[in-house]
Design a protein around this ligand. Structure first.
Ligand SMILES: Cc1ncc(C[n+]2csc(CCOP(=O)(O)OP(=O)(O)O)c2C)c(N)n1
Ligand SMILES: [Mg+2]
Length: 373
């Protein structure tokens, strides 16, 4: 162990916790978390799977094979490492970009189907202890706090990890969820993935606070900034926060706010054009911190990877993701499903629309949806 070990929870603003530098070398004074070689390699593989899945999903969207999609590239380390710090039965509640957490719990054809617009596509997530994604910004935070409170009241030792973005911190739900967590000491870990932008709104228009982590002071618990493009730092901080939520050595469980500093390399969603609001030079500067080559350099240095192993992993990931997409597409959804589940009981207007579609289908068969009458 290094003599000048960095403190995890007591850090000055602008001094995020780091283990690896941009070239994947261990920074002076940093402690490499105690992870088995297999787990380090699993994290690497999952980060690469998340990146490859992302590329495939953007490509499928461009081909009209899925609907709108929110890319994760750049954010793999924080998503994968934080999930490794959890137990498999700990709940995860996420915004809409944390597909990397889903990859760790297991990528399924159902997950791809959700993005194809197939209503039941979220079902597999619940078995994986993941709350289906939330589009209404920060709307899930009070619910995630409530889940953690419920676990505490029931004497269940599960932790709830709640992911959201920098933009979510401007919503009342963020304040309410974290305030409640602080007062009732819920077993919560809040991950604010500060990717510097909320669509086209930059971080400095989101809050006048020096850091997002420091907002935790107001709620009476720890907030910590971490380099979210460093998987080892993200793991160490997440692990400490999870332990504090579950098994505190010194008293009652406490929540933590983890601000992961990172960047989304791609567009906000496939419906967005980031060149309209941010400079390419900024993107290029953040690409220097890309978590994947950085982690790969660390693993190569430890002789856990070489060219041959990397090539094998790439081939395996390609086949794994292709198989999930193949199976996802092997389904024929009924267009009438469009009208199911919006209300418990069909409203007159929805019935009218459903019957209109039925008439069109009777007349034109499967081409009905392509017609404009
Ligand atoms: C309550 C609410 N207001 C506005 C929107 C529109 N909207 C969708 S994504 C987004 C930005 C969110 O940014 P951030 O929380 O930083 O997450 P990121 O997309 O960067 O991961 C907004 C404002 C919404 N979905 N919900
Ligand atoms: Mg953001």
């Amino acid at each position: 162990m290094a003599t000048t070990e960095q403190s995890l929870f007591d850090r000055a603003p602008g001094d995020p916790y780091r283990v690896l530098d941009e070239d994947g070398r261990v920074v002076d004074g940093a402690t490499v978390p105690d992870l088995a070689d297999e787990q380090l390699l699993a994290m690497y593989r999952e980060m690469r799977t998340a990146r490859h899945f992302d590329e495939r999903m953007v490509s499928l969207q461009r081909q009209g094979r899925i609907g709108t999609y929110s890319p994760l590239a750049g954010q793999e380390a924080a998503q994968v490492a934080s999930t490794h710090a959890l137990r498999e039965d700990d709940w995860i509640s996420y915004q809409y970009r944390e597909h990397g957490a889903v990859v760790v719990r297991g990528l399924t054809p159902e997950y791809v189907r959700y993005w194809m617009g197939y209503e039941e596509g979220n079902a597999s997530l619940v078995d994986q202890h993941i709350v289906p994604l939330n589009i209404s910004i920060a709307g899930h935070i009070p619910h995630a706090t409530g889940m953690a409170w419920a676990a505490k009241l029931k004497g269940d030792d599960r932790v709830v990890a709640c992911h959201f973005g920098d933009g979510a911190t401007s919503e009342g739900d963020f304040h309410e969820g974290l305030n409640f967590a602080g007062v009732f000491d819920t077993p919560s870990v809040f991950f604010c993935h500060n990717n510097q932008w909320a669509i086209s709104v930059p971080r400095d228009r989101q809050t006048a606070s020096a850091t997002i982590a420091q907002k935790a002071d107001a709620y009476g618990f720890n907030g910590v900034q971490v380099d979210g493009m460093d998987p080892l730092a993200s793991y160490a901080v997440s692990r400490a926060a999870v332990e504090k939520a579950r098994n505190p050595a010194d008293g009652e469980a406490r929540p933590t706010l983890v601000e992961t500093l990172l960047y989304r390399f791609g567009a906000h969603t496939t419906a967005d054009d980031p060149t309209a609001y941010r400079d390419e030079a900024e993107v290029e500067a953040w690409r220097e911190k890309d978590p994947i080559p950085r982690f790969e350099a660390f693993l190569r240095d430890r002789d856990l990877l070489d060219d041959e192993r990397v090539a094998t992993i790439e081939d395996e990931i390609e086949e794994e993701v292709a198989a999930v997409v193949r199976e996802a597409e092997d389904v024929e959804p009924d267009p009438a499903d469009l009208f199911a589940d919006a209300y418990a009981e069909e409203t007159p207007r929805i019935r009218e629309q459903r019957e209109y579609l039925e008439r069109l289908r009777e007349r034109h068969g499967d081409d009905a949806l392509l017609r404009d009458e």
